[in-house]
Design a protein around this ligand. Structure first.
Ligand code: SF4
Ligand code: SF4
Ligand code: FES
Length: 279
């Protein structure tokens, strides 16, 4: 697409509207905007709110792909609106809805409470068998570079919820733990400093846990940070099977980081995680 064509291009925005104070009725309202080069979808929404309709509701904060609050369903795909330029969408008409698989709070703002609840359910912190250690630490909890290298790709999650909104299993099973939480379960369970595998098993090895995932990778395709939750979930299943078969040693996860796991590859089309920013 040439630069000339993108300068001040007139674009129609079809925006989903829902006001809980007015009952269950929903509608689509159209706005037209001249879109200059470089304008993001979020910029366009802010411009519409400031200049055309101050009743429009949506959520955003950092405007730089860090806080994870501006996820919306844009032309049929979940994406961070602050990281998506209008011109990238290659369309003169852009339809924006709140993220699917969540309730809608108002207009384009989805209620991400279930995402955060699922995240909390997998105990997203380092767990030690001796809980008293936290109050009376005996020294550093060491982690090898190899261990950090392995889990690093799964640590980028900014809890934007796009993966859950793309997941077909979550669409049919609201109790499914979901890609975000399961990927984070794997991230913590494979951390050499963690000893919480058994506690987390109660959540992830349950009726609505990791076995409901059928590895379609929709979650990974839309993740803006290259976390690849689908891969993490399949590796999580592997660890559970190994432990069930007692092929893996009990104890710190680092002890079972061997062979095939390190050869695990991303499916074609799944974005890579950013490179490590620490030595
Ligand atoms: S895994 Fe990716 S898509 Fe899912 S919440 Fe984390 S950053 Fe967002
Ligand atoms: S790979 Fe699993 S978690 Fe990801 S979208 Fe598919 S079913 Fe959902
Ligand atoms: S506004 Fe923070 S990620 Fe988009």
């Amino acid at each position: 697409m040439t630069e000339e064509k993108t300068e001040g291009r007139t674009t129609t925005f079809r925006l989903f509207r829902f006001d809980p104070d007015k009952g269950l009725a929903t509608s689509i309202t159209e706005y037209t905007l001249s879109v200059p080069r470089g304008m993001t979808v979020l910029d366009a929404l802010i411009r519409i709110k400031e200049e055309q309709d101050n009743t429009l509701s949506f959520r955003c904060s950092c405007r730089m792909g860090v806080c994870g609050s501006c996820g919306m369903f844009v032309n049929g795909l979940p994406m961070l609106t602050c990281q998506t330029q209008v011109v990238e969408l290659e369309s003169d008409t852009i339809e924006i809805r709140p993220l699917p698989n969540y309730d809608t709070l108002r207009d384009l703002a989805a209620d991400l409470t279930p995402l955060f609840e699922k995240h909390k359910s997998i105990l997203p912190w380092i767990i030690r068998k001796d809980a008293g250690e936290l109050d009376d630490p005996k020294g550093e909890y060491l982690q090898s570079n190899d261990n950090l290298d392995w889990i690093y790709q799964f640590t980028y999650c900014l809890k934007c919820g796009l993966c859950l909104s793309a997941c077909p299993t979550a669409a049919s099973d609201a109790e499914f733990t979901g890609p975000q939480a399961l990927a984070q379960a794997y991230r913590y369970m494979m951390d050499a400093r963690d000893e919480g595998f058994d506690r987390r098993m109660e959540i992830i090895d349950a009726a609505h846990g990791c076995w409901r995932c059928h590895f379609a990778t929709s979650c990974s395709q839309v993740c803006p940070k290259g976390v690849d939750p689908a891969l993490a979930i399949q590796l999580l299943k592997r660890e559970i099977v190994l432990r069930r078969l007692r092929l893996a040693k009990a104890g710190p996860a680092a002890e079972i980081l061997t062979g095939p796991v390190k050869d695990a590859k991303r499916k074609e089309g799944v974005p890579e995680a950013p490179p490590k920013s620490v030595p």
